[in-house]
Design a binder for this molecule. Structure first.
Ligand code: NAD
Ligand code: TYD
Length: 353
């Protein structure tokens, strides 16, 4: 069996869906169920013997040690993290606790378990650390995309905490021989994305007649990848990736934020036209920029493509249409996640009455 941490979040739950659609092997999901963790994302597997959720902090050494000894996983994929840059600016502590100390404790529990395995199982074991392109900092418009060898230059509390965890993972491989692999993925979008992040926030605000907040001039550039393509890339890395290596994962699809928001509006104008005949783009509002806002991210994905044969299946256009349709088709999920705690965040971040 395999263990997924943070599997009740956006990318982890999409990974588990893809896994259970394609594999007989069981998945144990270890998730603290913070505001970002939603067991409903996986409710269709509630009765499935191959799936189990245990609510725990990845930093709970006693419990994690017990779980590893009992379930004997052949791999651990670490998705668990505090993941929202804006939250890291307002309150960085949780990011250090989970992303840095949580990863440290998980590495120690894993090492403790792994050293006791028979040699053949030690060799085949994998610890996959799901990281981000944001650890590399920001790019000028003309600069080549980040390669795996780009220096670490994190600029936000979020990216600094992820960078720290990457260094720990690297050191646990180098020093103790733990078979780790770290991946650096660009911005994901798709089903089950918590609507504090740009794409789901804009889709839902548009439909609710609210403003579509663009930070600064909206000319910041992100590379976008459909979440199931990320999940597929992680399955490929788990199967064929080389321990001690790092792999970039991305969609080769750079867009300015303003472009992304305008494209969502154009699609919604066609799929769900407004009664007053106006475009959703009329709701775009420029708001104060994020402090320390990284201008551009772009990832060079030649390594994973050439050495493991992975390529994304979706273009931004096909992936975005699927995503918009998913939010239109799942009003109940939306209603459940936009709870009191969510409304409080939106009020704090955007200072709405
Ligand atoms: P998310 O915020 O949607 O989910 C995070 C999950 O981790 C939640 O289910 C939460 O309950 C759980 N969690 C938080 N703290 C925990 C703890 N201490 N112990 C156990 N579980 C805990 O995040 P996401 O967007 O799904 O991102 C998953 C991973 O991928 C993160 O490590 C993130 O840094 C990385 N990543 C995200 C993106 C992106 O675009 N979202 C891109 C590249 C990399
Ligand atoms: P986000 O989804 O938070 O991802 P990240 O900061 O990890 O890239 O934001 C994507 C981009 O959209 C980022 O440049 C910030 C910008 N943004 C807005 O302009 N308005 C918003 O309300 C949000 C949430 C993000």
């Amino acid at each position: 069996m395999i263990i997924v941490t943070g599997g009740a979040g956006f990318i982890g739950s999409n990974f588990i869906h893809l896994w259970l659609e394609n594999q007989q092997e069981s998945v144990l999901n270890l998730d603290l169920l913070t505001y970002a963790g939603n067991p409903e994302n996986l409710s269709i597997y509630q009765e499935d013997d191959r799936y189990k959720l245990i609510q725990t902090d990845i930093g709970n050494r006693v419990l994690i040690d017990q779980i590893l000894a009992e379930h004997k996983p052949r791999a651990i994929l670490n998705f668990a993290a505090e993941s929202h840059v804006d939250r890291s600016i307002l309150g960085p502590q949780a990011f250090l606790e989970t992303n840095v100390m949580g990863t440290f404790h998980l590495l120690e529990s894993t090492r403790n378990y792994w050293t006791k395995l028979p040699l053949s199982q030690q060799k085949d074991f994998r610890f996959i650390h799901v990281s981000t392109d944001e650890v590399f900092g920001t790019l000028t418009p003309e600069a080549p995309a980040f390669t795996e060898n780009h220096p670490y230059e994190p600029n936000s509390p979020y990216s600094a905490s992820k960078a720290s965890s990457d260094h720990l993972v690297r050191a646990w491989h180098h020093t103790y021989g733990l078979p780790t692999i770290t991946t650096h993925c660009s911005n994901n979008y798709g089903p089950y994305h918590f609507p504090e992040k740009l794409i789901p926030l804009v889709i839902l605000n548009a439909l609710q007649g609210k403003s579509l907040p663009i930070y600064g001039d909206g000319q910041q550039v992100r590379d976008w990848l459909y979440v199931r393509d990320h999940a597929q890339a992680l399955m490929t890395v788990l199967a064929d990736g080389e321990p001690g290596q790092t792999y970039n994962i991305g969609g080769n699809c750079e867009r300015t934020n303003l472009d992304v928001v305008r494209t969502i509006c154009t699609h919604l104008d066609q799929i769900r036209p407004k009664a007053d005949g106006l475009s959703y783009a009329e709701q775009i509002t420029f708001v104060t920029d994020r402090p320390g806002h990284d201008r551009r991210y772009a990832v060079d994905t030649r390594k994973i493509s050439q050495s493991l044969g992975w390529e994304p299946e979706e273009t931004f256009e096909t992936g975005l249409l699927k995503t918009i349709q998913w939010y239109l088709d799942n009003p109940e999920w939306v209603e459940h996640v936009t709870s009191g705690a969510y409304r409080q965040w939106i009020q704090t971040q955007y200072q709405q009455p």
